[in-house]
Design a protein around this ligand. Structure first.
Ligand code: G1P
Length: 290
């Protein structure tokens, strides 16, 4: 079995929840302090052994490509002014992985975006998908690393999941457990995209997947779903007869940074993890509470 080394990152959304800034800046480039969120997501995957990325972009998304590109002028200026630390930092960004880009012609859904990755994945048995809205913190093992371990054990489709409040289930893909959902990894028997009512559980799929290669064929046969879009959830559901699918409850904290409050929470929590900011931010928060 070949190791999982490729990942697809869909980043072609309109970012309507974050207008007006997303009028000109892709939401994947919104910074958590000084680092665009897509960089955290790529780092999470690199830590898990991913070496090759395909980012699905839409028009006006050159900011992502520019960020990962080499910037000679900036390098020269940093070099000439002796800013070694900053120079090292931008080298690290430009050399983090092999990154390719493809344009999704229209916002036709997550399933449609994934389909653009077919030739990039080639004949690999399976690949990772990471969604930019879901920022997941980690210590030693990243969320996608936990999913890769689950794939290596089961050879099934793996969904990165967590419990969400019942009233939030209508925002997510929700799974129906087949075995004990209190286990870290449990098999599922069904799933539904954004159930308006009667969710089958409160366990949501949150932006991380390991998908088997055959998903491309299944996506092409899947009917248009919720919101008039080709849904990845529907294709996974259609694959359940041929391949087992497991929910893997990742351990990290997950932030919905496509949501304004989620974004603020992530910013505060990430600031509190940093030696250069922790004390100042804590002091300020305590002052506010007085
Ligand atoms: C997508 C998926 C959904 C998943 C969610 C959060 O929805 O379709 O199943 O639960 O991401 O990761 P979106 O938020 O892009 O509408």
């Amino acid at each position: 079995m070949k190791k999982i080394t490729k990942a697809i990152i869909p980043a072609a959304g309109l970012g309507t929840r974050f207008l007006p800034v997303t009028k000109s800046l892709p939401k994947e480039m919104l910074p958590i302090i000084d680092t665009p969120n897509i960089y955290y997501i790529i780092k999470e995957a690199v830590l898990a052994g991913i070496t090759d990325f395909l980012i699905i972009v839409s028009r006006n998304k050159t900011a992502i490509e520019d960020f990962f590109d080499i910037n000679y002028e900036l390098e020269m200026r940093l070099k000439n002014s002796g800013k070694e630390k900053e120079l090292e930092m931008i080298h690290e960004v430009a050399n983090i992985a092999n990154i390719q880009y493809v344009h999704q012609k229209e916002p036709a859904g997550l399933g449609d975006a994934i389909l653009y990755g077919e030739s990039f994945i080639g004949d690999d048995d399976a690949f990772a998908v990471l969604l930019g809205d879901d920022l997941i913190s980690y210590e030693e093992k990243s969320a996608i690393g936990e999913l890769i371990d689950a794939y290596n054990k089961t050879q099934g489709t793996i969904l990165g999941c967590k419990e969400v409040p019942l009233e939030m289930t209508k925002k997510y893909g929700i799974v129906t457990p087949k075995d004990d959902p209190s286990k870290e990894i449990f098999e599922i028997k069904d799933m539904v995209e954004k159930p308006k009512e009667n969710p089958p559980s409160n366990i949501a799929v949150l932006g991380r997947y390991i998908l088997p290669n055959e998903i491309f064929k299944i996506l092409k046969e899947t009917k248009i779903g919720v919101g008039g879009e080709l849904q990845l959830t529907d294709a996974i559901k259609n694959s359940l007869n041929n391949r087992s699918c497991y929910a893997c409850k990742f351990t990290g904290e997950r932030y919905d940074i496509g949501d304004k409050f989620g974004y603020i929470k992530a910013t505060i929590d990430y600031a509190l993890k940093r030696d250069d900011l922790k004390n100042k931010v804590l002091e300020y928060l305590q002052q506010l509470l007085k």
